[in-house]
Unconditional design. Structure first.
Length: 450
């Protein structure tokens, strides 16, 4: 009973991160006009195909136009080569919302901004104020889906912080606050994008993986990782991490090896069934083939130092606040300051976890986190070896680990000073609210003001 009450009290601490996330998500929902998120118009074309024709999306209409931002490219089915799970979920929601609200399924985007490039906005937005939401119910329903999926990363950061430092609940709260107040995550939380589902499933995979010492969880992990693969191929690294974690636990827990063998055999059956579905279903096979080949090969430019310099700088920028079509950044110095602070805090947190990991469960938990971060980074590098696409949204699955480490690095030294701990949590939350408000009211509003 006492343990249950303690867990309940700690669970209620998540209110602050959730409140911060919801406030900032709604702020960006109101401030960012329709179509001003990476590939959002293209993703919507795929969703609309599912809603209109009740089938898997196809890469139609074919892209047309000389530049990637031409209307024939942006409003084509060029994004529909991606794995289709997100489109199936979002298309079902879109169709249901259209029926209930009496709204047409196809959305007509505003005219293209001919000065795009010199200006941040891809489309012409003529609403009287940015503090309106002139979108139909169908699009609002898709944005609410993204908001709910984004919650997984915030809750995951809190839960992982609590799992790593169960006796220090303030660390879990700060991990959740750092995730909730991160401008780039708050911006992407309202975007119509397949990244929303892929990231959520990847974070769920991470949380299940960190429940160390429970062999039966590998069956659930097989299901979640298969769904993640069907959402986006860039999160397929989860299956590799699951297998590595299984090997580590199989070697460590000798008395439970029979349970681990049974669990991995069932998992293998599920993965093979997923592979068979991808191979024998013609549209899925085409999606898998195109998704796999799209990021194969190495760009010629990737062989130069200048390429990787741009990659590093733009990664730092998009990892703090770089909105729109990655063409609306906060001052670069802000990103440098954030990452210098964050990297030092996370490195200190990792060191503290390493030093305090005295049991086999704690050591395995730490190794799973390290392997997870490594896999996310390698996946991100694989994308950018093929093409320069330094967008931190591809690494959002790493946020729970990064924020847990950083929160530990910030608070562990004052763990015996509870008032100071909570003052730091409140101060960082207030800073993130203030910074996001400043960013929206100055940079974002000026860029998209009609």
């Amino acid at each position: 009973m006492a343990h249950g009450q303690a867990s309940g009290k700690r669970g209620r601490l998540i209110v602050l991160p959730l409140a911060l996330y919801l406030f900032l998500s709604v702020l960006y929902l109101l401030a960012i006009p329709v179509g001003e998120s990476p590939d959002e118009p293209g993703h919507l074309q795929c969703i609309e195909q599912v809603a209109l024709y009740q089938r898997l999306p196809l890469t139609e209409p074919a892209p047309a136009g000389d530049t990637w931002w031409s209307r024939g490219q942006i409003l084509s089915g060029r994004m529909c080569y991606h794995m289709p799970l997100y489109y199936l979920v979002a298309g079902t929601i879109l169709q249901s919302t259209a029926v209930i609200s009496g709204t047409n399924v196809p959305f007509q985007f505003p005219p293209t901004n001919e000065d795009f490039g010199a200006e941040a906005a891809l489309f012409v937005h003529d609403q009287a104020s940015l503090w309106q939401l002139p979108e139909p119910a169908t699009l609002i329903s898709l944005r609410l889906l993204s908001l709910l999926l984004g919650l997984v990363t915030v809750v995951g950061s809190f839960a992982l912080g609590l799992r790593l430092m169960p006796q220090e609940p303030a660390i879990a709260v700060l991990a959740g606050v750092l995730a909730a107040g991160w401008p780039q995550l708050a911006f992407m939380s309202r975007a119509i994008s397949n990244d929303a589902l892929a990231t959520a499933l990847a974070v769920i995979t991470l949380l299940l993986l960190t429940r160390v010492g429970r062999p039966k969880r590998y069956i659930a992990l097989a299901v979640i990782s298969a769904l993640a693969l069907l959402a986006k191929i860039t999160v397929a690294f989860g299956i590799v991490v699951i297998i590595i974690a299984w090997i580590i636990e199989f070697a460590a827990y000798k008395e439970e090896r029979a349970d681990y063998i049974r669990a991995i055999l069932v998992s293998a059956v599920m993965w093979l069934a997923t592979a068979a579905l991808l191979f024998f279903q013609p549209v899925l096979r085409e999606h898998l083939t195109i998704s796999s080949s799209s990021f194969s090969g190495m760009s010629t430019a990737a062989r130069t130092a200048a390429y990787w310099k741009d990659f590093f700088v733009l990664t730092l920028s998009s990892g703090w606040a770089r909105l729109g079509w990655m063409n609306l950044p906060a001052p670069l110095i802000h990103a440098y300051i954030w990452w210098a602070f964050f990297a030092l805090a996370a490195a200190a947190g990792l060191f503290l976890f390493w030093r305090n990991s005295t049991t086999i469960n704690q050591r395995i938990l730490l190794w799973i986190c390290i392997i997870w971060i490594t896999a996310v980074v390698l996946s991100y590098l694989r994308i950018n070896i093929n093409r320069l696409q330094p967008q931190f949204r591809f690494m959002l699955a790493a946020v729970p680990v990064l924020t847990s480490w950083a929160a530990t690095g910030i608070l562990y030294g004052v763990r015996k000073e509870l008032k100071l701990q909570w003052a730091l949590v409140g101060g960082i939350a207030a800073f993130l609210v203030g910074y996001n408000l400043w960013f929206v009211l100055t940079i974002v509003q000026q860029a998209y003001q009609a």
